[in-house]
Design a protein around this ligand. Structure first.
Ligand code: ADP
Ligand code: MG
Length: 439
């Protein structure tokens, strides 16, 4: 195939993948290129390992479906770092097991009075780990950017320091690895793994309170790292002293360095965040829409994003341009209560009500048209409006496997494009799903 032809095919695949999975579309998709296409395999070149991993975890299904639809063949898709950037390759070595989210960088973090200290301390620590603020302890309510900042530090430090070992995990991850090490009689392996890193980052450390033995182990890990000048960064939902049943000696250590609080963002910061998030996803929204969303959602930034996702999904499904009116209709009843992510239960509720069938029917083995069609519509809507994988969607609908779900998505997707009645029906159902008030 000529180079031009291959590039055109890839552009089409990219467009199709975006349409199949609007939720995961990012501006940096433009940086992807085609590394290889032949013999039923498509390799997509990514700028760095973080984006490659993100795509493998979140976008493999949509890209595979897109490649199959565009080429008309069975195609397996893989994402890899193209070996052109030295820096990209270097950074992989220091974070082989880190699963970082490519959206969670310092660049995409909006700084305002509510998070200025937390942000500045994270930037400082990423420049000189171990000797500015150690430990660094971030706390604040859910959805205010703690995890985002931790990812950003790991990403920066990984890029900057060749060969540094950065270990980033949730508190649960730490506890689980500890328990597994004990079960396997390999405590020494666990200890040497955690006590020799250059930077240890643990998210949501408040969950340590539930595990007495893990607290003990963490205490020793902390001491070993601290004494050898290694950086420790922790996040929690409350300050050290307010975490119930946390041992006194841990509380005092967590207070040794800098404790930074993150508050809910002000209105101006919220507007800026909505704009930043829209930009990241390549959606253009006017100032009045950003302001409308920022006025409606106050406490939790995840909900701001949810509102944006809903708006985008509605615009995609109805084919309408994103306008203030559309935002008001799509979000009006919903986010005043609390913007929320759509889950598969909402979809099933709306679809079963519309077709007057029961969930048990959808989950059954019955294959009559009156059941198959609503079942396939559920699958299609769930794959477009939620973050569930095809496997999970199949699981909700009677333990069907992902190829069944894939088939349903392509069938209903086809009908959506070619049959105006189906198009209208899907738009109506989407509207109901995105407007169901929170229970
Ligand atoms: P937490 O860990 O505190 O519960 P997260 O870090 O998961 O919160 O943040 C929730 C969402 O809000 C993420 O998508 C994150 O990118 C976004 N977010 C939070 N604060 C900011 C900010 N200041 N600028 C941009 N996005 C933000
Ligand atoms: Mg978090």
């Amino acid at each position: 195939m000529a180079v031009r032809e291959v590039e055109d095919i890839f552009a089409d695949i990219l467009d199709r993948a975006k349409a199949l999975d609007p939720d995961n579309v990012r501006r940096w998709f433009e940086k992807l290129d085609i590394a290889h296409l032949s013999g039923g395999s498509l390799e997509i070149g990514c700028p760095d390992e973080v984006t490659a991993q993100f795509l493998r975890d979140n976008c493999k299904n949509s890209f595979t479906r897109a490649a199959q639809q565009i080429t008309g063949h069975l195609v397996t898709v893989d994402f890899n770092v193209v070996a052109r950037e030295q820096a990209g390759r270097r950074s992989q070595r220091s974070m082989p097991t880190l699963k970082l989210h490519p959206d969670y960088t310092f660049d995409s973090f909006v700084v305002g009075p509510s998070n200025r200290l937390a942000h500045a301390s994270c930037v400082a620590v990423s420049h000189s780990p171990g000797d500015t603020y150690n430990p660094l302890f971030l706390y604040g309510n859910v959805g205010l950017g703690k995890t985002h900042l931790l990812h950003a530090v790991c990403y920066e430090a990984g890029k900057k320091f060749d060969g540094e070992v950065v270990q980033f995990l949730s508190c649960e991850g730490f506890v689980n690895r500890f328990i597994r090490a004990i079960e396997q009689g390999n405590l020494a392996g666990f200890q040497s793994q955690f006590r020799t890193v250059d930077m240890l980052v643990i998210d949501d450390i408040q969950f340590l309170r539930e595990h007495e033995h893990s607290q003990e182990e963490f205490f020793h890990t902390f001491n070993a790292l601290y004494n050898s000048g290694k950086q420790i960064i922790l996040s929690a939902d409350s300050p050290p002293g307010k975490i119930p049943s946390l041992e006194e000696r841990l509380i005092s250590r967590f207070n040794w360095g800098l404790v930074a609080r993150i508050d809910p963002p002000s209105y101006e910061t919220r507007v800026a965040i909505v704009q930043k998030k829209a930009h990241l996803r390549g959606i253009s929204i006017s100032d009045d829409i950003a302001e409308y969303i920022a006025r409606k959602v106050h406490a939790n930034i995840r909900e701001l994003e949810g509102a944006l996702t809903t708006l985008y999904a509605v615009a995609m499904t109805t084919g309408e341009a994103i306008s203030l009116e559309l935002a008001q209709t799509a979000l009006g009843g919903q986010i005043s209560l609390a913007a929320r992510h759509i889950n598969i239960t909402n979809i099933i509720d709306v679809v079963t009500r519309h077709f007057d069938v029961r969930l048990a029917d959808l989950q059954s083995k019955r294959r009559s048209q009156s059941i198959t069609m609503p079942r396939q519509i559920c699958m299609y809507l769930a794959s477009n409006l939620t973050k569930h994988s095809l496997e999970e969607i199949g699981g909700h609908l009677g333990g069907r496997d992902h190829t069944t779900v894939m088939h349903a998505c392509s069938k209903i997707g086809q009908a959506d494009r070619s049959d105006p009645e189906m198009h209208e029906l899907l738009a109506e159902l989407t509207k109901q799903i995105t407007q169901v008030p929170k229970a």
